[in-house]
Design a binder for this molecule. Sequence first.
Ligand SMILES: O=C(O)CCC(=O)C(=O)O
Length: 337
Amino acid sequence: MELQEKTPVHVFTRVDKDVFLRDIYPQRRPAVLRGVSLGPCLEKWTVEYLAQKGGDKEVKIHVSTVPQMDFLHKNFVYKTLTFNEFVKRASEKKHTDFFLCEDESYYLRSLGEDVRKEPADLNKQFPDLAKDFHIPEFFAPDQFFSSVFRISSCGLQLWTHYDVMDNLLAQVTGKKRVVLYSPQDALHLYLSGDKSEVLDIDSPDLKRFPDFVKAKRYECVLEPGDLLFIPALWFHNTLALQFGVGVNVFWRHLPADSYDKKDPYGNKDPVAATRALQALERALHTLDELPADYRDFYGRRMIQRIQKRTYCDSLTNSTAQEGSDSTLPSGQFTKPG
Ligand SMILES: O=C(O)CCC(=O)C(=O)O
């Protein structure tokens, strides 16, 4: 029995900057963009070519004995390999050289030169390969944050998480299934920080996660050449149906000073959200001065106050009504150039 109905992600063809900015971007919903020119990478990026051009630069990779990687319980190890050796291993099913077992899975999320300070940038870390990949100019150059290699073994599944920046995920080779959930379904995803505790989204443990079925599942299969627009805060879970090479580009959608300056990954909450969450912790601590029945009473009133003040009906409607032309609370958002 199918657990959750799958809602296909809308596919757009013949998208240029004008169409993106007019018809797609303001909806704040994921969209597959098919046929946007990504440059010669589509023809060139074979395993041999990647290995030759990427050379023996060292990369830090995730390695696991099982294809479903779990960040919360860390069922993988970080290892270092040269890029050419990594690509070779990630593209094969069984390995003669391995760390854990002969059918181990590999995943690369490329990093900046100074991992803790610098976001990944293909132009800096892989200049020879970056020439082959054309970033669609859908946002202003000063909004650019990072460009990240996403290279996975066949079958590799990455945990459900959200990022705080807008994102174009380009699939260059191989096919990838992507499942997405709206930010408004956050409460049904059993979050631990930016990640969902529900690892097996296809066969979830409903005793532990009974509300997971309430989350609306959006799904698409990316083919080579496809771009997926993932708006900030939308949860995504990826499953490589084949060995695949992707690149994702994050850009700043809010004013630059809204973001945490020490965030090379683009997944730390905006500074105002962090401050608000800290204030909430202080408020809860204050409630601890009261007996349980009073805490319950004032806790409920606080929830109601937060809902009244923050919930945005126009967003709820746009999630419920497929294809409706929702409007955003505009003042906060910068348009991407
Ligand atoms: O494609 C992947 O493997 C993961 C992509 C992702 O998490 C992202 O683009 O933020």
